[in-house]
Every structure is written in structure tokens, then in C-alpha cells.
Design a protein around this ligand. Structure first.
Ligand code: HBI
Ligand code: FE
Length: 288
């Protein structure tokens, strides 16, 4: 579990940690922060984000100015795939998080970042959660993948294998790339909601880009404090869903327990490399 998570719902939250979005409480400045973030990404993402993501923005009409009202957003999202967005005060415990996903509910922070945090913040806010995650949930295949992930998450708790499964989420849902039309496109929410990383992940020579392999991904540690040193590229959302559903995770966890973890920049002889990164960005940031 993330370090700054409480172990029971804060006052005012329901037993499942949900709260009212309280849309009318946002200030004009809050809505303007959303509009600034939205405009920056709208200018950057065509031709870079996966078609499913861009289609989701349209289906959900996220271009409407201001922070979306979840009630209105949910009418469209529910009609598309049966998913719903529910508001939470911040990070919730793993078990609560997985249970929501398994029931097609995506938890979203209801607060928005301050104006001096446009480029980076650690806790997921409404821009990351709604702009970053929700468009993909309007895609029927990805919608099924997220539910399957929640179900797998609940099972993983019994195996003590959450750290391994969390890497799958990280390197797909948060930071995934996909092959599309002979090129590579973005779909990970942490990338598409970040002005800097939505360039870096595709264009920068520094990170490795490696073809997705479930077991390989689940061995790979990740960093939460800076751009990724490796991105994994899936063939398609159908393929990702199929691998996740067809894999029996119990023996996989057994195998993983016997294998050493990999660092974020390690490469293996069996890797299918799309780009071998220079790792220049990471070494310079490390103080070189
Ligand atoms: N809580 N609000 C919130 N959002 C998350 O993405 C989240 C969480 N709690 C736990 C959690 N993620 C992790 O368990 C997963 O990333 C694996
Ligand atoms: Fe996220």
C-alpha cells in the first residue's frame, strides 16, 4: 500500500471510501486550472495518443470547459461501457481500490492541483484521474481489462503478490504504449495527463521501449518520482486483455518469487527492443 494512505475512511466518507464530488464547491480558479491543463494536452495529443483515448475524449465530451461534473460524465460513460466514476478524498487502500475496479467503478480524486503544480504532483487529482484514466474506460476492450485487473488484484492479496501485480498496472494503465498504424502511440494515464512525459515517452532517446511481456513486466521495478526509464509496448488492447484473462496468476507468482527483480533500466537477452534507450536523461538527473 502507498505510504500516505489511511487505514479507514476519513470523516465524511462512506465505508467504501467514496464521497460526494461536490461539484458546486469548485472555484472559478479550479475550473480554469482544468482548462489550462486540458488545452495543453489537447494541443499535444492528436497523432500521439492512441485512437481509443482520443475517441474516449469525444464520446465523453471532455472538451467542455471546466472540471467535469461526475453525474453528467457518468451518464455517457455508463452508456458506453457500464463503468462509473466515483469521488474519493485521495489514495484509498489496495483492497478498496481493487473492489471498486472489479465492480466497474473508477475512483477519482475530487480535488484539483494548485497552479504551481501544473507539471507535477504525487497524489492523483481530478485531472490525472478523469482526463488521464476515464477516456480509456469508454473503450469496451480496455473497460474489460480494468475489471479483470481489479479481480486479479483481489486474488493477489491472498498470494502476497501485490507488488508484482502493481507493476502490471503501472506499466500498462499508467505508463503504457501501444503499437498502432505502424507507429507507437500513448495510452497510459500518467503519460497522457503529463505535458512533459507525453513528449518524452515517444520522442526522447533516453528511455528503453520494450515489447510487452507479462512476466518480464511483473519483475520490473518502477520509479514514482520522475519520467520512466522503460516503457512497455503492447500489440493491442485485445492482446493485453487476452493475456491477462488467460494467464493463471498463481503459478506465475510462484515463478516470480524465484526470480530476481529487475531495475527500471535493466535489459534481458530475451527482450524485444523497439528502442534501446541511451538513459541519458536518467543519468543526468542522478547527478552526473
Ligand atoms: N487509490 N485513489 C486511488 N487511486 C489509485 O490509483 C490507487 C489507489 N489506491 C491503491 C492503488 N492505486 C494501487 O493499489 C494500484 O496502483 C495497484
Ligand atoms: Fe493513475
Amino acid at each position: 500500500m502507498a505510504d500516505h494512505v489511511l487505514d479507514r475512511p476519513p470523516e465524511g466518507a462512506a465505508a467504501d471510501w467514496t464521497i460526494a464530488q461536490d461539484w458546486s464547491a469548485y472555484s472559478a480558479a479550479d475550473h480554469e486550472t482544468w482548462d489550462i491543463l486540458f488545452a495543453r494536452q489537447q494541443q499535444q495529443l492528436p497523432g500521439r495518443a492512441a485512437k481509443a483515448f482520443l475517441r474516449g475524449l469525444e464520446v465523453l465530451r471532455l472538451s467542455k470547459p471546466g472540471i467535469p461534473d461526475f453525474a453528467e460524465l457518468n451518464d455517457r460513460l455508463h452508456a458506453a461501457t457500464g463503468w462509473q466514476v466515483v469521488a474519493v478524498p485521495g489514495l484509498v487502500p489496495d483492497e478498496v481500490f481493487f473492489d471498486h475496479l472489479a465492480h466497474r467503478r473508477f475512483v477519482a480524486g475530487n480535488f484539483i492541483r494548485r497552479r504551481d503544480q501544473l507539471d507535477y504532483l504525487q497524489e492523483p487529482d481530478v485531472f490525472h484521474d478523469v482526463f488521464g484514466h476515464v477516456p480509456m474506460l469508454a473503450d469496451p476492450v480496455f473497460a474489460d481489462y480494468m475489471q479483470a485487473y481489479g479481480e486479479g488484484g483481489l486474488r493477489s492479496l491472498g498470494f502476497g503478490a501485490l507488488d508484482k501485480l502493481a507493476r502490471l498496472y503501472w506499466y500498462t494503465v499508467e505508463f503504457g504504449l501501444v503499437r498502432e498504424e505502424g507507429g507507437i502511440r500513448l495510452f497510459g494515464s500518467g503519460i497522457v495527463s503529463s505535458h512533459g512525459e507525453s513528449r518524452f515517452a515517444l520522442d526522447d532517446p533516453s528511455p528503453h521501449r520494450v515489447a510487452f511481456d507479462l512476466e518480464r513486466v511483473m519483475r520490473t521495478r518502477y520509479r514514482i518520482d520522475d519520467y520512466q526509464q522503460v516503457y512497455f509496448v503492447i500489440d493491442s488492447f485485445e492482446d493485453l486483455l487476452r493475456q491477462t484473462i488467460e494467464t493463471d496468476f498463481a503459478p506465475l507468482y510462484g515463478r516470480l518469487a524465484a526470480l530476481p527483480d529487475l531495475g527500471p533500466a535493466d535489459l534481458l537477452p530475451g527482450d524485444v527492443l523497439i528502442t534501446r534507450g541511451t538513459q541519458t536523461y536518467a543519468s543526468e538527473r542522478a547527478g552526473g
